[in-house]
Design a protein around this ligand. Structure first.
Ligand code: AMP
Ligand code: GLY
Length: 422
């Protein structure tokens, strides 16, 4: 089988590596990829969110399967275009990707499918927002309805700040005001072919820029798996109570969802609640989940793309724990400065149990090395017998890497490794 992976982040680097490890996969090509992916697989330039361009590339390469990493291409209809060209695609149609692309649509589907989530009001005026804020009380949660790369949500006890964010969102569309959900957050990726559902191992992501969950929201600063503090049957609960009902509801509407349904959940004192859906793998959680997956990945993604998931045997997992820590560019997330030279990548990769996955990297202009080209630069993964050992590996590798002004959180998985609840 020959596979084309669309995207350019550390998530895609992890997907490429896992696919290369699958004996059933003969060739992996990435587009557009990044400097790290280019070290292990051929890369092709492409405008990832241009459906016709991606489909044409897949046809030209003659691949058997296209795996789409990020949300923007899915929402733009890349999976539809690839399938229309007669090639199997792992990733939902544009219509099904609305589960991520519109928070209001996701709420409506959850209501139809009786899936537990935060109570919410869709507001189109400032007066409606003010009434909803007062009805739910503080802390306030205000969300942009559309895609915002993790930056469209404000959680605050300051009513004025909540209103100001709502005002900014209302300038281009509706806003969702919802009740605050208390409790640890988890990410559970559910693979589906539109009918059958299989959950991957749960992971936890660290969304805030600074230690102790302070600072602004980011795309994700680190992640770990497994979650020793979570209920042992968490993945099954998510399949039964969330993913299967949503997948059935999408099929009933004539817009089946096939690909990965990313369930972002809060484990509240009243039980699990959906915070959000994404229509793709999470970044950086994928880096730790795939580090633990023992089943060859290509076969499973291909089964999802071809409606054959029911015939798949249960997934197998390694005993190892995995922790990933993101190295971010100076100024991330507000105003990342790019172009910094990266040092020590080979030394870091040589640490036993470590993997250096690239996100925002590019070849240096003089072709002598690698420079940063995005906000999240690297995702350094450590594996070990338990979370404490995996942390040690990840941080040991990270300490060997130099990037002027680069920053990372030192507390990824710290509390879980110490046996303290989430
Ligand atoms: P979202 O883009 O919906 O995942 O929101 C980004 C982050 O905002 C989530 O990971 C949570 O940390 C926080 N958040 C979103 N909705 C809620 C909520 N209803 N209650 C508490 N925190 C929330
Ligand atoms: N890690 C959060 C996300 O991928 O949306």
């Amino acid at each position: 089988m020959e596979v084309l992976v669309i995207g350019s982040g550390a998530r895609e680097h992890a997907l490429v590596r896992a696919l290369l490890d699958d004996p059933g996969v003969d060739r992996v090509v990435a587009a557009p990829g990044n400097a790290g992916i280019a070290l292990v697989a051929p890369v092709e330039p492409v405008e990832a969110a241009d459906p016709a361009a991606v489909a044409a590339l897949a046809v030209r390469l003659g691949v058997d399967l296209v795996v789409v990493g990020p949300e923007a291409p899915l929402v733009a209809g890349v999976a539809d275009a690839v399938r229309a060209a007669g090639i199997a695609c792992f990733g939902p149609s544009a219509q099904a990707a609305r589960l991520e692309g519109s928070k209001a649509f996701a709420k409506e589907v959850m209501a139809s499918a009786a899936v537990p989530t935060a109570m919410a009001h869709l507001c189109t005026s400032e007066e409606e927002v003010a009434a909803a804020l007062d009805a739910f009380g503080a802390p306030h949660v205000v969300k942009d309805d559309g895609l915002a790369a993790g930056k469209g949500v404000v959680v605050t006890s300051d009513r004025e700040q909540a209103l100001a964010h709502a005002r900014a969102c209302l300038a281009h569309g509706p806003v969702v005001v919802e009740e605050f959900l208390d409790g640890p957050e988890v990410s559970v990726f559910c693979l589906t072919d539109g009918e059958s559902v299989i959950a991957l191992a749960p992971a936890q992501d660290f969304k805030r820029a600074l230690e102790h969950d302070e600072g602004p929201n980011t795309g994700g600063m680190g992640a770990y798996s497994p979650l020793p503090w979570a209920p042992a049957d968490l993945a099954e609960q998510v399949v039964e109570r969330v993913a299967r009902p949503v997948v059935a509801e999408m099929a009933r509407r004539g817009t089946p969802f096939a690909g990965v349904l990313y369930c972002g959940l809060a484990l509240t004192s009243r039980g699990l609640r959906v915070i959000e859906f994404n229509a793709r793998f999470g970044d950086p959680e994928t880096q730790v989940v795939l580090a633990r997956l023992a089943t060859p990945l290509g076969v499973v993604l291909d089964a999802c793309a071809r409606g054959a998931l029911a015939a798949q045997p249960p997934l197998r997992w390694r005993e190892d724990a995995a922790v990933t820590v993101v190295l971010a560019a100076p100024g991330y997330p507000q105003q990342p400065r790019t172009g910094g030279v990266l040092h020590g990548l080979e030394e870091a990769e040589a640490v036993a149990g470590a993997a250096v996955l690239h996100a925002g990297t590019a070849p240096a202009p003089d072709a002598t090395g690698i420079v940063s080209s995005g906000g999240r630069v690297l995702s350094v993964v450590g594996t070990g017998a338990d979370l404490a050992a995996a942390r040690e590996v990840a941080y040991d590798a990270l300490e060997r890497i130099g990037l002027e002004g680069g920053h990372f959180r030192r507390d990824i998985a710290e509390r879980a490794a110490a046996g303290v609840l989430a």
